[in-house]
Design a protein around this ligand. Structure first.
Ligand SMILES: Cc1cc2nc3c(=O)[nH]c(=O)nc-3n(C[C@H](O)[C@H](O)[C@H](O)COP(=O)(O)OP(=O)(O)OC[C@H]3O[C@@H](n4cnc5c(N)ncnc54)[C@H](O)[C@@H]3O)c2cc1C
Length: 321
């Protein structure tokens, strides 16, 4: 490759996404004393109480919430069970706090944290764990959305979605605009009752399956958005990108969608003023709120998306010596 072809921000993004799976780096960053403070901006805290407290604050400011118990790529059945139990405890606490009515606060799941990669029985185990969580969400009057991970998990996640929807038709899923296949997946899922979260996609993916250029990802996002907004389902527009938020608003107006027939979603700690503006303008706005100890992969993906997030992290490091 010619050096002139190198785009520094793309290169940094690739490097950071590689770092998100580097075990040695992970240990060093997790042990660094400043990490906890920096993490606070993006993560509710370590335990159920912290998640419920921050969710309650968000709801008081007219925002809805989806809570993610941090963790991914579990290769230990006990860890997968512990993740399921954490969700059950969380849903009980949310219900007790009166936060689950009408899906105000729901939960997001990563099937890899529930055992998806645990050998031949992985799919079955993840599905059983997800079933327990869906039943608990149903008892509490709220919903569940499946996060989407790297492209090798797309088919198994959509298969799990189809199975879960037989019992709980409100189970939603995230689709990633950077994958070539996603426009078709949107068409398949743009039916009545179907909840689809459209995001750009946060993992390092090969050219064989995904657009590499940001402009191409954005164009794909708009094509997918049109399919979802003109369809019969419930689109969840997950982006901080002002142009995409504006386009979604225009498309929803054109399709004469009622304000409660779609929603915007943003990550906790990112563009909070814009979150409040959208909510004040009468849009449904949901915040994705992670909590738990296992924040490393999540945080490194946030830094890969935006150099300013990395600067924030490094500044924290510098001021702590
Ligand atoms: C609710 C939610 C759920 C998600 N779930 C998944 C999932 O299941 N699977 C998955 O792969 N990915 C998921 N993601 C991550 C997503 O794929 C993107 O990686 C992430 O949202 C960044 O993309 P973006 O659309 O915000 O645009 P970017 O291309 O990162 O940013 C576009 C523009 O947005 C503005 N912006 C972005 N960040 C900031 C900031 N910190 N401050 C000010 N302006 C900013 C800037 O104008 C920037 O130019 C999710 C994202 C959200 C919001």
């Amino acid at each position: 490759m010619d050096l002139a072809d190198l785009n520094p921000s793309a290169l940094m993004r690739q490097t950071l996404l590689g770092a998100s799976r580097n075990t040695q780096l992970r240990t060093a960053v997790e042990k660094a004393p400043m990490s906890r403070d920096v993490v606070k901006r993006f993560v509710a805290g370590q335990d159920t109480d912290a998640a419920v407290r921050v969710a309650s604050e968000l709801v008081q400011s007219d925002r809805r919430v989806t809570i993610d118990y941090l963790g991914e790529d579990t290769l230990d059945p006990e860890q997968a069970s512990a993740t399921r139990e954490a969700y059950l405890e969380l849903l009980a606490a949310l219900s007790e706090a009166g936060l689950t009515a009408e899906g105000q606060v729901e939960v997001s799941l990563k099937l890899s944290a529930l055992g998806q990669f645990l050998g031949r029985d992985g799919h079955k185990m993840a599905l059983e764990n997800a079933r327990a969580i869906c039943q608990s969400a149903a008892n509490s009057g709220t919903t569940v959305t499946l996060d989407m991970e790297d492209h090798t998990t797309t088919d198994p996640t959509l298969a799990a979605l189809a199975e879960l929807r037989q019992d709980w038709p409100w189970v939603g899923v995230a689709l990633q605009a950077y994958l070539y296949r996603t426009e078709q997946d949107c068409r398949d899922l743009a039916h009545e009752g179907s909840r689809v979260r459209l995001c750009k996609g946060a993992y390092k993916q090969p050219e064989s399956v995904a657009y590499q250029d940001k402009g191409d990802v954005d164009k794909s996002f708009v094509r997918c958005l049109k399919v979802l907004i003109e369809g019969e389902g419930y689109p969840m527009v997950a982006s901080h990108d002002p142009r995409l938020v504006e386009i979604a608003t225009v498309l929803a107006d054109k399709a004469r969608r009622a304000p409660d027939s779609y929603e915007f979603q943003m990550l906790h700690g990112i563009r909070p003023d814009e979150q409040l503006r959208l909510a004040a303008d009468g849009h449904a706005l949901r915040v994705y709120l992670p909590y738990g100890d296992d924040w490393y992969g999540y945080l490194v993906r946030r830094m890969a998306e935006r150099p300013a997030n990395l600067t924030f992290f490094l500044r924290g490091l510098a001021t702590r010596g």
